[in-house]
Design a protein. Structure first.
Length: 195
């Protein structure tokens, strides 16, 4: 973010130009991403989210539609419409997009920045498989799958990818893998070794 200004009704953010457009469009066109691309995106996003969290900003709506691609295919977080500056950390508002909601939001419990960590787990699964892990035909069934953390692993999912996703998609937010550990996870290291 380069800066901001505001008037009586709006806050305007000055962001870097992202000629690659929405990551969602690229994911839809390809169907899914390679392990290498997925590892790079999730590593970069974890560092960007860590920066936001260090500034006490919780995004609360991380999804492919809210990620932009720069000139060098670098991923950028956008649409901070549901974000909150929360120095006290705990929130109660149900917000975001159903497929990315963590159990604590679905169950109406307080939540903190760990909602973004959960969303990274959902994203990594979607990057590799092409659909979010809890997606169903109905909202109520999706809510139930999220509450149970009912992940259906496709055949051929690399074990280290399953491990990373599983460590991000923990029902207990305090047990989720810290963001700073994502770039050092074996799945990321294996895929970015020669980058």
């Amino acid at each position: 973010m380069y800066g901001y200004f505001y008037d009586n009704k709006n806050i305007y953010l000055i962001l870097e130009y992202s000629p690659g457009g929405e990551l969602y469009k690229k994911l839809t066109a390809k169907g899914r991403f390679s392990e290498r691309t997925s590892a790079r995106f999730i590593s970069d996003l974890s560092q960007a989210m860590k920066y936001c969290h260090n500034k006490h900003v919780i995004h609360r709506d991380i999804k492919p539609e809210n990620l932009l691609l720069g000139a060098k295919n670098d991923v950028k977080i956008a649409d901070f419409g549901w974000s909150v500056h929360a120095p006290t950390s705990r929130r109660n508002t149900l917000c975001g997009t159903l497929d990315y909601l963590p159990p604590e939001m679905v169950e109406g419990r307080e939540h903190d920045e760990q909602v973004d960590t959960w969303a990274l787990g959902v994203l990594l699964y979607e990057f590799l498989v092409g659909v979010p892990p809890f997606e169903t035909e109905s909202h109520s069934a999706t809510y139930r799958r999220i509450q149970r953390v009912d992940i259906r692993w496709p055949t051929g999912m690399p074990e280290d990818a399953r491990d990373l996703i599983g460590k991000l998609l923990k029902k207990d937010p305090t047990k989720r893998l810290p963001l700073e550990s994502i770039p050092r996870h074996p799945f990321v290291l294996r895929n970015l070794r020669d980058s």
